[in-house]
Design a protein around this ligand. Structure first.
Ligand SMILES: NC(=O)c1ccc[n+]([C@@H]2O[C@H](COP(=O)([O-])OP(=O)(O)OC[C@H]3O[C@@H](n4cnc5c(N)ncnc54)[C@H](OP(=O)(O)O)[C@@H]3O)[C@@H](O)[C@H]2O)c1
Length: 339
């Protein structure tokens, strides 16, 4: 069970990344495969309107991803946080020790996942680190849910391939789980025991959970330098994505523009065509750094985000160049001065 969840999530990411890697190999024999992968990934303006809308759903269904993302992340966050407070309490002194110890031993065993390699303090540190990562994810999915309902003005004709839609469901199930997959089995056991106890004893005989605000928040304030740097990078990406989404939403203030596409200006739009995708990569890089960079599952999650959004940004950039003769020539697709 312990190994099962970790390997299942890793295998799922590898299965999702492989088609993108194969499609990006520049050989003519793979051209039709490349087109096939792109046809699944296209959405909105880069999905050419065709006579048949078979196998597509409205692009506004994007909101479904964030409903599932918010529900699932909240569940994982609440149970992991409860588990951390009850089963992995950590005093400020232990946090200092844990940070020093993990540096002295070269981090918590690069790419290892087995709990038995860890000292109890290091393990408890990992639990609190997972709470921190899930908290950042919660902040992201909540904002995306609000934006997809109130900020974006989806064109009524914008569509999304059904496989792209299913990929979104997969992403918002696998991504939050990846941030805590190492400790997920023990958290699931803890949650199962709590539910079983509640059922067996009944509401009246179950002791009300003790809640100490300071104990449940203070460990998050005292995490290591990786979490601090990662958290700052995450917030940098988060704020820029919020701004870029507000710019995209503002392009269709007037209902008569519901189907129009306009050249966006402002913020990172001045340097790249898809700054909201760049900001997404920045904020996932923040999560990766905050994780300490020792968990291969989070590396796979990050690789998927980079691959998926780079593919979409390349298509978007080519679409802008085709559509607007006066498109600013200095803009890159997604990575300034690189691509
Ligand atoms: N983590 C991941 O793997 C992943 C994957 C996909 C998306 N995302 C994130 O989800 C967010 C939204 O992605 P998306 O692919 O839906 O973005 P998008 O295609 O740029 O569309 C976002 C909204 O802006 C509108 N829009 C885009 N360009 C416009 C223009 N030039 N003029 C007028 N309106 C314009 C779109 O209109 P239409 O309705 O007409 O298309 C849509 O309503 C992004 O920040 C992205 O990073 C993440």
């Amino acid at each position: 069970m312990e190994l099962g969840i970790v390997w299942l999530v890793r295998a799922a990411w590898i299965g999702a990344i492989l088609p993108m890697v194969i499609a990006s190999i520049p050989i003519s024999k793979l051209r039709s495969f490349h087109e096939l992968v792109l046809s699944f990934a296209r959405r909105g303006k880069i999905l050419q309107p065709s006579s048949s809308q078979k196998w597509t759903v409205p692009q506004k269904f994007f909101a479904h991803f964030y409903v599932i993302g918010v529900a699932w992340t909240t569940l994982l966050l609440a149970t992991t946080w409860m588990y951390a407070c009850k089963m992995a309490p950590l005093s400020p002194e232990e946090f200092q020790f844990s940070d020093i110890a993990s540096h002295l031993t070269g981090g918590s065993h690069v790419f290892s996942f087995h709990k038995s390699h860890l000292t109890p303090v290091e393990h408890r540190f990992k639990v609190w680190r997972a709470v921190f990562l899930l908290l950042l994810m919660e902040i992201q999915v909540l904002r995306r849910l609000i934006e997809s309902i109130y900020v974006f003005k989806y064109s009524p004709s914008a569509r999304l391939h059904i496989l792209g839609y299913l990929a979104g469901w997969f992403f918002y199930t696998a991504a939050p789980l990846s941030l805590c997959s190492i400790i997920a089995p023990e958290v699931a056991r803890f949650a199962g025991n709590q539910v079983a106890e509640f059922i067996a004893k009944g509401k009246s005989h179950t002791a009300a959970p003790e809640f100490d605000l300071l104990l449940s928040i203070s460990p998050l304030m005292k995490l290591g330098s990786c979490q601090l740097i990662g958290g700052v990078i995450f917030l940098w990406g988060w704020f820029h994505q919020r701004r870029c989404h507000a710019i995209l939403g503002s392009l269709r203030e007037n209902p008569s523009q519901a189907k129009e596409y306009i050249i966006p200006h402002g913020d990172w739009f001045e340097i790249v065509s898809s700054p909201h995708y760049l900001a997404e990569i920045v904020l996932y890089a923040g999560l990766l750094i905050a994780s300490g960079g020792t968990d291969i599952t989070i590396w796979l999650l990050f690789s998927f985000v980079v691959g998926n959004l780079t593919l979409a940004a390349g298509e978007t950039h080519r679409w802008y160049l085709r559509k607007f003769e006066n498109y600013p020539a200095n803009r890159f697709a997604i990575f300034p001065y690189v691509y």
